[in-house]
Design a protein around this ligand. Sequence first.
Ligand SMILES: Cc1cc2nc3c(=O)[nH]c(=O)nc-3n(C[C@H](O)[C@H](O)[C@H](O)COP(=O)(O)O)c2cc1C
Length: 181
Amino acid sequence: MTMLLLGNTFLFDQNENVSHLGKVLVIYYSYSVNANTEKIAKIIQSLTRANMYKIDLVEPFPDMPHEAFTQRIREEQAKENYPAIKTPNIDISSYDCIFVGGPVWWHTTPLPLTSFLLETDFKGKPVVPFATSESNPREFLEDFAKIAQNARILNGKIFGYVWQDEQIEAKVAQWVKGLQL
Ligand SMILES: Cc1cc2nc3c(=O)[nH]c(=O)nc-3n(C[C@H](O)[C@H](O)[C@H](O)COP(=O)(O)O)c2cc1C
């Protein structure tokens, strides 16, 4: 715990409230130019001093107009055709709490995050799902919990319209500070 003594007043480190999560890792996937999910990941990092890991594809998605892209994603999802991702160089067992997030794609986890979840063993660690979406997150959290192997799922959260939300830092902080291992 860090404290500063100013006169007779103790000022506590602003991160003190989230040290209860121990050693934290934030794993995320983010796709759009707004990088909404990445923004949430970075706020969590600044609150918890977490290490970060961004899920990356072996072959990037092709550049195509938004409508064509979303249509293609819908088809790939229906076929359960999950893309190859780069092998993550992370040691799950060395963390006390792992945040895992991505954008909602067609009401569920985005393909690269699904790939990651299908090949990851969380070894009984506390896992906190998070997502960003526009309007309709639907089954993201339920689907996440179904496929995250050996994860002890904590209270996940979905954030909407991140890029235009001036209160987003405060909202993320309130949620993170309220989490219990
Ligand atoms: C292929 C695709 C599917 C999407 N499906 C949904 C959806 O079902 N529900 C929703 O609310 N938003 C949906 N969105 C919007 C994204 O979830 C939202 O813009 C998110 O914040 C993007 O995060 P990012 O900037 O980290 O990529 C979709 C976006 C894409 C590209």
